[in-house]
Each structure stands twice: as C-alpha cells, then as structure tokens.
Ligand binder design. Structure first.
Ligand SMILES: [Zn+2]
Length: 211
C-alpha cells in the first residue's frame, strides 16, 4: 500500500471457498438483518424515539439526506423498495396530512417534484409510485411521523423475490445513490443540497437502474 490510497476491493473466485455448488444462486442481504431485528423502529410514538426527527440532526451523508427545504427534507429510505426510494418528510413530528401547515404542505409537494426530477436525471425510471401510508393499518412503518414515499419504477423491476421470499434485490448502495441524487437535484430557493462524496463512493459512472 502506498501513501493513503485505498486498496481496490478484491474479488475472490467462489471456487476458493468450501462447499459444493448446488445449482442455486444466493442473494446475500446482511443489511436486512437490522430490519428483521427491528432496529430503528421506534419503541413508542413519542418524538424522542422517532428516527424521522433524529435524521435531520445528522450530517447529510450520515443521515442519507438528499435535500433540505425550510419545513421538510428528502431522505433515502434505509429499506428501499427500489433503487432511489426517497421519503419526503416534514421536520415537525406530526402524524396526519391534514395537520400540516401550509408551509409544510408546500415544501413536501415541491420536494416531491424535485425528487422525481432528480431520479429521472440520475437513473431514468419509467414511472413512480408516490404516496402516503396514513396510519399503521394502511402500512406506515412509522405512523407517528408523516412521510411521503417516492419510489422509482422500471419495467420488469418486480420479480418473484418479493413474493416468495419477501426480499427486494437492490443493486445500488445507499451512499452511492445519495450522491447521485444530490448531484441531480434541481436546487431552488430555500432548498439546500449537499452533493459531497467524502468516501469516494461514486466514480462518475452512472449506476444504472432497475432491480
Ligand atoms: Zn418524528
């Protein structure tokens, strides 16, 4: 190793490991263990236990924050349905859409538009699912703090994995996705975006689309 340059990752042939191939492919998803163990899931509905209140206090790379407006912010979902799965969230710990202030409604709407523009520039999705799961019964994982999902969709991005294994294949790492989206974000008045890439996650090559 010379200087401070990191060594490139080594790819070790599978034949060098123990075992006999059995005709099945393996999709290793260790990041999902945190989800299965319930990490980041609030113990209760209070503001102190809420990850959506904590995220804005972190740096943009640490929190996977893509953009910040005055009354709301955009962040990558730690458990994405698809690459580039963004959530637009008011800073205020508020559960119901009808309780948003006019400023929060405006920022949530504007950031949603900007998320679509950035996603199209970064990875050319064919469509989007956009929406709010209002309440736990409707599917909200963290129902105490409103969040709007913006999920890019590509033709053929659904396969058998979610159906038989409750698993989504996501080919792009979250840190890389954050940098790509931040660089593609249409910055407007009052919106701050941090496109820095302190860990050198993006080498300039578009990271493609589709699952
Ligand atoms: Zn909250």
């Amino acid at each position: 190793m010379t200087g401070s340059a990191p060594e490139p990752a080594q790819v070790v042939p599978a034949s060098e490991f123990a075992g006999v191939p059995d005709g099945f492919e393996r999709l290793w998803t260790p990041h999902r263990m945190a989800y299965l163990r319930g990490e980041n899931k609030p113990d209760d509905s209070s503001q102190g236990a809420c990850p959506f209140c904590r995220i804005p206090t972190l740096s943009d790379p640490d929190g996977l924050v893509v953009a910040r407006a005055g009354d709301a912010y955009a962040v990558l979902n730690l458990y994405p349905y698809n690459p580039g799965h963004i959530m637009v969230i008011p800073y205020r710990h508020v559960a119901d859409y009808t309780d948003l202030t006019p400023g929060e409604v405006s920022d949530v709407a504007a950031l949603t538009q900007q998320a679509m523009i950035a996603a199209r520039a970064a990875s050319a999705p064919h469509g989007f699912n956009i929406g709010i799961n209002q309440g736990g019964v409707a599917g909200a994982g963290i129902s105490a703090h409103l969040h709007q999902h913006v999920v890019p969709r590509w033709g053929g991005d659904s396969n058998f994995l979610p159906i038989i294994a409750r698993t989504k294949a996501v080919p792009v790492l979250l840190g890389q996705t954050r940098v790509l989206l931040a660089r593609a974000w249409p910055v407007t008045d009052g919106v701050r975006v941090d496109p820095s890439d302190p860990d050198g996650l993006v080498d300039g090559t578009p990271l493609g689309a589709g699952a």
